[in-house]
Design a protein around this ligand. Structure first.
Ligand code: ADP
Ligand code: MG
Length: 699
């Protein structure tokens, strides 16, 4: 038996009782588990640092200087106390959110303080939140209580004598026993190129740091390792898939594509659309199966790219389908495609949950005999009864709305898997997309069609209602249309339903017939009623669309210029951004008005101010990631993939990008990890990949 797999019970100082506790509370069963039980923070009281030398990776450290200014900022919940703390090299901010009054009255301006805490870098300066501060006349007599690792523990463990300090002691017993267990996992090339410490040095230093510098190096090494093997696995999965699956080769750019492109395209494609189309085209003719993610902010024109890609499939005598998450969106795509393609000889069909049984049967037959070229629809496409003659291309719109299993089912509609393009308008921070979609190729439309004006966003409370109503009336007078959206997240929630009904009543009072026409749309309506209401709005018969978030994704009514979001604090950032994306699609100046109550959490405030500050979907996504963390942001379904031991995807994006690059470089010249110099990597990678076998994923 390998020493690493020895039961924790046998470590000196543990024994059966403590072993039981460690297993139950921390899932530490073996020596290895303890080795991988990393500290979650560090205390460096070995020296006094200079402000000029701070870096964001530093642990809790000490500074010595004086407080030169102190002030309160914000109000109510966002109220905080900010002290400017200066040493001979610079200034940092000390910040308190709690106990303001007491702290403020006890601080002596311009006296010497020893400050202890974790520096972080925010908006151009360093600050320390809730530092410990001690009045000190000089800095001679308080050095060197040393460098301490702080371990995650639990209340029960604490009460049974297994505090962080005790765990630290166990680790100090363990490490010397493992002297010979730290086989190198990386190649000398990678290690020397990036000046990483050896594995052994890294493990020793992450538990018992010699100093801040060696701690940071140790963290970098172990984080790199975690990300490197993960990326290597994603990339290898991709290569394997490409080798195993033979894709259809669409080498013809035929009549439909050319005819449409040259004669019927109503506007010039943006450069980004052209570039992305080229990327897709190259995939389609490569004889390898395409697996591509198309990211583009709301309104960037993804649908047209989808349409053109589908024409390539048709030109090569294959069928294509596009799946969208809602009826409304499917209908709209169907309309859009039908309008664009009416001068071509292409047979398009729409299949959704509300397609009538008789018509459904016809569709099924025509799909099987190949007379339908393009199929558009909702989840209904996934049903087993939907069979194709020869499905060559599958497009999934708003892919984040679908589960992995659902997407996988489309693959199986053919013996040979079709090409797959998944599209999303929810921008994903680069670090996340590299992790979640690291096995896909990624295309980005990073440009909006010309002539779009930025949507003006404001954040208002009830007291402005009268003004807003007048503003709406004036917009309607000049021919524009208005969205008013209510939160109805869980449609069974009675309270929210009541809000919606009350909202509708008051809107109908303010905007009476016959002068104003109002459409209403919510999840509890019948599909055909929804369709009817939507159609009236699209055609400009109604002036106002009152709805729940069912219109959130995809819907396109260029004449709509105002988006009012009620109880905006209840929405997530990406949802708000999606909703705002429903306006600003035409040539008119558009507006987004966020209505909220006055009592908001700090996070809700941060969300709403972010919306006011920026229109850039990628910036919003980064902010969302910071506010919510990766797990929450991507939903539980995908968050399992984001569980790292040491890595924090928000903070460690540099290491991630570096690891990705190294993994790519490696596979370029040693795809099967056969070269002698990569033996360490191979020895680590293959068992790692085996462990993750069940995990492999189809997007
Ligand atoms: P999204 O990327 O959010 O799905 P859409 O595909 O719905 O965006 O496109 C938004 C609007 O922009 C549509 O009305 C579409 O016809 C229009 N559009 C797309 N490409 C262009 C272009 N190159 N020039 C002008 N308008 C365009
Ligand atoms: Mg879209």
């Amino acid at each position: 038996m390998h020493i690493l797999t020895t039961s924790i019970e046998y470590l000196k100082g543990v024994g059966p009782v403590r072993a039981d506790l460690l297993k139950k509370e921390l899932k530490i069963f073996t020596f290895r588990d303890l080795l991988f039980h990393f500290p979650f923070r560090y205390i460096d009281k070995s020296k006094i640092y200079l402000i000029a030398d701070l870096t964001p990776e530093m642990p809790n450290i000490q500074l010595f200087g004086k407080i030169i200014k102190i002030e309160e900022k914000g109000h109510k919940k966002s109220k905080r106390l900010i002290a400017s703390f200066q040493d001979k090299s610079g200034i940092v901010e000390l910040v308190w959110f709690k106990g303001l009054r007491w702290i403020k009255s006890s601080i002596k301006l311009n006296s010497k303080y020893l400050v202890f805490g974790k520096p972080s870098f925010f908006k151009g300066t360093y600050n320390i939140v809730h530092p410990e501060i001690d009045l000190k006349e000089d800095n001679d007599n308080f050095f060197a209580t040393g460098f301490q690792a702080v371990y995650p523990s639990t209340e029960l463990l604490n009460s049974r004598g297994l505090s962080s300090r005790a765990i630290s002691k166990l680790i100090k017993t363990l490490l010397p026993l493992l002297q010979d267990c730290f086989d190198e996992t990386l190649s000398t090339d990678i290690i020397s190129k990036s000046n990483l410490p050896s594995r052994k040095e890294a493990f020793f230093n992450i538990h018992i740091p010699k100093n801040t510098k060696s701690l940071i190096r140790a963290q970098k090494r172990l984080k790199f390792e975690e990300l490197f093997f993960f990326q290597l696995h994603l990339l290898k999965t991709k290569v394997n898939r490409q080798e195993k699956i033979k894709g259809y080769s669409f080498h013809i750019l035929g009549d439909n594509f050319n005819n449409f492109y040259q004669n019927f395209l109503p506007f010039d494609l943006t450069n980004a659309q052209k570039r992305v189309l080229r990327e897709i085209r190259n995939d389609l003719k490569s004889s390898k199966q395409m697996n591509r993610l198309l990211q583009g902010d709301v309104g960037s024109g993804k649908t047209l790219v989808a349409l053109l890609s589908m024409l390539i499939a048709v030109d090569n005598k294959y069928q294509a389908c596009i799946m969208a998450p809602t009826e409304i969106l499917s209908q709209q795509h169907f309309q859009y495609f039908s309008d664009f393609l009416n001068s071509l000889d292409i047979n398009i069909a729409l299949l959704t949950g509300s397609t009538k049984a008789k018509y459904r049967k016809t569709i099924h037959e025509q799909l099987e005999d190949g007379s339908i070229d393009l199929l558009i629809g909702t989840h209904a496409l996934l049903e087993d009864s939907v069979k194709f003659h020869n499905l060559g291309l599958v497009i999934i719109d708003e892919q984040h709305r679908f589960g992995v299993a659902q997407r996988a089912r489309l693959w199986k509609k053919n013996n040979r898997p079709p090409h797959v393009l998944v599209m999303t308008a929810t921008p994903i921070p680069r670090t996340l997309s590299m992790t979640l979609y690291g096995d896909l190729d990624i295309s980005v439309i990073d440009e909006l069609p010309p002539g779009r004006k930025l949507v003006k966003t404001t954040w208002k409370s009830d007291s402005s209602r009268l003004k807003i109503i007048n503003f709406i009336k004036q917009q309607i007078k000049s021919g524009r249309q208005i969205y008013i959206v209510f939160p109805l997240i869980d449609e069974s929630e009675k309270l929210e339903y009541k809000n919606l009904v009350e909202g509708i009543n008051s809107i109908e009072r303010e905007f009476p017939l016959p002068e104003y026409q109002v459409s209403i749309l919510h999840g509890q309506m019948k599909a055909e009623d929804k369709e009817y209401e939507m159609k009236r709005f699209v055609e400009g018969v109604t002036n106002i669309m009152v709805s729940t978030t069912v219109i959130e994704v995809g819907v396109n009514v260029p004449n709509a210029s105002v988006m009012i979001i009620e109880s905006a604090e209840r929405f997530g950032l990406s949802q708000l951004h999606q909703l705002r994306g429903r306006v600003g699609r035409g040539a008119e100046q558009s507006y987004c008005i966020l209505m909220s109550g006055n009592k908001l959490s700090n996070e809700a405030k941060a969300r709403l101010s972010t919306m006011v500050e920026t229109n850039d979907g990628f910036k919003i996504a980064e902010e969302d990631l910071k506010l919510r963390g990766p797990g929450d942001m991507m939903g539980t379904q995908q968050s399992g993939m984001l569980n790292f031991k040491l890595v924090d995807l928000v903070r460690d994006n540099n290491i991630l990008i570096f690891a990705r690059r190294e993994a790519e470089n490696l596979l370029k010249y040693d795809q099967n990890l056969e070269k002698a110099e990569n033996i360490n990597i191979a020895k680590t990678y293959f068992p790692y990949a085996k462990e993750r076998l069940g995990w492999s994923r189809i997007s």
